[in-house]
Design a protein around this ligand. Structure first.
Ligand SMILES: *Cc1c(COP(=O)(O)O)cnc(C)c1O
Length: 369
């Protein structure tokens, strides 16, 4: 009745498109259930296409990938303060390390599990989220150097994250990142990958790719700038959200529709009931602003979006029970874009796709399936 169609071929295509734009390695970011697209299915399709590593936020997400049989490298950087990292190290999950206590836990976990802890040191060059401050950086490097000498810790990467506040600020962070790398190199820290940019910075600053780029939203065919330019980059949206019309009725002029009668029919018309509500992740504040497509025609959602459903006024059009209603998908196929719905809800495309869920069923197409 309600379907999120996930085009795995589009995701693989977007991965290859990003690879073609860079000399660096491409690390797809598949946290938060691959931004709502399905983490395990996305990882498997990309792994089959030759992708050698993924990023998630939490270790718990990384463990789900391991349980599903994903063999590629996995990096997790946002840690549960109670996590001792033993499961992470035992399952070969690379750890983003922001401070001395985290480093100590990684070393202890390596000792317990008998495996080497693989770490990516995180320096905060300005976003103000996780990562070592610039002041604490030399002490973290010194402790890392000692940990590496035990043979129990290996530094795979050094990374930071841009704030996307504006070009001048981003470029200032690029310089701070280079300085942090120079300090590490000066202290004799060996690492494989420096990585700074996510989708936005990767598309905007090709000179700041370093050894690896972390690509989230662009992997799903969406534009990090929320200006609906994904197609310009050759990216294809991978998610289509749709449902089937579940009821049709003819009503007279002056009929109030849905809670609060935000819409009252102007003349005799047909109402079509669509079983997608805010439980599925359709923001209620898009009521009166979003639009959907049925049989290639656009209809505004004039009445209030409820938990389970919304109602369309389709006039005298021949809309039938069972017709497909597309909430968003690929604009190249005539669907409303994710960005249009995001604008209607006063948010960004990231939030729309990531929150799609509820009673939607994910159906995978492509990717060898
Ligand atoms: C989520 C995240 C990314 C991916 O960001 P996109 O804008 O989706 O490409 C990269 N790096 C870090 C640290 C993140 O938290």
């Amino acid at each position: 009745m309600r379907t999120l169609t996930i085009d795995l071929d589009a995701i693989v295509h977007n991965y290859k498109t990003m690879l073609a734009r860079t000399e660096a390695a491409v690390l797809p970011v598949i946290k938060a259930n691959a931004y709502g697209h399905g983490m395990v299915e996305v990882a498997k399709a990309l792994e089959a296409a030759g992708c050698g590593g993924f990023a998630v936020a939490d270790v718990a997400e990384g463990l789900v990938l391991r349980e599903a049989g994903v063999k590629a490298a996995v990096l997790a950087w946002l840690h549960d303060p109670e996590d001792d990292f033993v499961a992470a190290v035992a399952n070969d999950i690379d750890l983003g390390i922001a401070n001395l206590p985290q480093l100590a836990k990684a070393l202890a976990a390596a000792e317990v599990s008998g495996e080497t802890a693989h770490v990516h040191l995180k320096i905060d060059t300005g976003l103000g989220r996780n990562g070592s401050t610039i002041d604490e950086w030399p002490a973290l490097l010194e402790a890392t150097k000692n940990a590496v000498e035990t043979g129990k810790v290996k530094v795979i990467g050094i990374f930071s994250h841009l704030s996307s506040t504006g070009e001048a600020e981003d470029l200032r962070q690029v310089e701070l990142f280079k300085a942090a790398l120079a300090v590490a190199e000066g202290m004799g820290i060996d690492y494989e990958f420096a990585h700074l940019t996510a989708s936005d910075g990767s598309l905007a600053y090709p000179s700041a790719h370093f050894g690896m780029i972390r690509v989230g939203i662009a992997m799903y065919g969406l534009d990090p700038f929320s200006s609906n330019r994904a197609a310009e980059y050759g990216l294809r949206p991978a998610m289509t959200a749709s449902a089937k019309v579940s009821q049709i009725k003819r009503v007279p002029a002056g009929t109030g529709v849905s809670y609060g009668y935000q819409h009252v029919t102007e003349r005799e018309t047909t109402l079509a009931l669509v079983p997608i509500g805010y439980a599925e992740g359709l923001p209620r504040n898009a009521s009166g602003k979003a639009h959907v497509n049925i049989n290639g025609k656009s209809y505004p959602i004039l009445s209030r979006i409820a938990m389970d459903q919304f109602v369309l006024d389709v006039g005298d059009d021949n809309v039938q029970v069972g017709d497909d209603v597309v909430l968003f998908g690929d604009p190249a196929k005539g669907h409303p874009s994710v960005d249009e719905l995001a604008d209607a809800a006063d948010t960004i495309n990231y939030e729309i796709v990531t929150r799609m869920g509820g009673r939607f069923k994910r159906v995978y197409v492509g990717g060898g399936k």
